[in-house]
Design a binder for this molecule. Structure first.
Ligand SMILES: [Zn+2]
Length: 364
């Protein structure tokens, strides 16, 4: 079994090795990783969704992570001491086995036999070290795989079986408490993710940013913080919403500075990580919008033609109106063929300012 141990001093963590440990949820890894988009730090073994590599930083101790403005994850409790246990290696091995073989639903007896421990001792030690019984852990792995499969838009029935559920009815029994919705509904609009948000001032008025561990999922303008929070809730009714802790992480403040520079016409490009989800059609439209150069505009019909659906002009307009990350997916660069502005989710006045700012700042 390969394991990772951070060497004695801070700053000696090899980011490549550390990232591998995070990706494989290495239970033996003795360091911590922080996710810049959410302001949370975790143990590598944390069961939360894997963040994007570029949003992650590594720390030798919880103190270091907290000095960097991060707070401890509630799920993996990185500050809790973990005493070495004589059976730790066996239990870690069992955890990995469960992750890889959740579809086969190994029984407690099988797991104990594999580890060479008695069933009772295995069960007790597993619970002490992992915080869940083997059965509960197996359930959580399957539920995680099910959610991931559904969120990726995979076939419902296939995903149910691939996740290790013997029948659809078993999933539907649990859907109420775990998914909050039936699998089909989850695939259609459910999120089940944690979103950290912050409100800031911008040249276009109050602005709210929301981020998952993978990137920004919400950038909208509103009249007040309460108005923005209700918009966020409406957009992600099932997500866990949490205000970003103060003081905010320096990376986040860096984003805001870049964004405000962009909105003021001082910068002409932005490279912030995004985590948006939509229908396949919406994703095609949004991707196309990101290819429209700074300072330029396209008509709704040009966008429709650009994605190979020349008749879908109205659907393109709807996809623009459903954009959840303003500015970063530049739906303001789409106007009517006759030069009129058309609509804008955050008001025509803002669209006009954005277009004028870009035209003035367009590279010659
Ligand atoms: Zn965690």
């Amino acid at each position: 079994m390969k394991s990772f141990r951070a060497s004695a001093g801070a700053g000696e963590i090899d980011p490549e090795v550390a990232w591998k440990a995070v990706a494989s949820r290495d239970a033996e890894a003795r360091f911590f990783y922080g996710v810049m988009t959410t302001g949370v730090y975790c143990r590598p073994s944390c069961s939360s969704r894997r963040p994007l590599r570029k949003n992650v930083r590594f720390y030798a101790t919880p103190d270091e992570a907290e000095r960097d403005g991060l707070r401890a994850c509630l799920r993996c409790d990185p500050k809790a001491e973990r005493r070495a246990d004589p059976a730790a290696a066996e239990i870690q091995d069992a955890v990995r086995f469960l992750e890889e073989h959740s579809g086969e639903a190994p029984s407690l007896g099988e797991l104990a036999r594999r580890s060479g421990l008695s069933a009772a001792y295995f069960q007790k030690t597993f619970r002490r070290l992992v915080g869940l019984s083997p059965k509960q852990y197996l359930d959580s792995v399957r539920m995680r795989k099910l959610k991931a499969g559904l969120a990726a838009g995979k076939d419902v029935t296939e995903t149910i079986y691939a996740s290790g559920y013997g029948s659809a009815s078993r999933v539907y029994e649990r859907a109420g408490s775990e998914l909050g919705m039936t699998p089909a509904q989850y695939r259609a609009g459910g999120r089940g993710v944690s979103i950290t948000y912050a409100e800031v001032a911008s040249p276009l008025g109050r602005m709210m940013l929301g981020a998952t561990s993978r990137g920004l999922c919400f950038l909208q303008f509103g009249e007040s913080d309460a108005d923005l929070l209700s918009k966020l809730r409406k957009e992600y009714p099932l997500a866990g919403l949490e205000p970003m802790a103060e003081p905010r992480h320096p990376d986040f403040d860096g984003w805001i500075e870049a964004l405000n520079g962009y909105l003021a016409g001082i910068r002409t490009s932005l490279d912030l990580p995004l985590d948006v989800r939509g229908t396949a059609f919406q994703m095609r439209v949004w991707k196309y919008l990101q290819s429209i150069p700074y300072g330029e505009a396209r008509s709704y019909s040009e966008v429709a033609a650009g994605i190979g659906e020349p008749k879908a002009v109205r659907a393109v307009a709807t996809a623009c109106a459903r954009n959840t990350v303003g500015v970063l997916i530049p739906c303001h660069r789409v106007i009517r063929s006759n030069g009129e502005l058309g609509g804008y989710r955050w008001g025509l006045e803002r669209k006009r300012v954005l277009i004028d700012t870009e035209r003035a700042g367009r590279p010659a």
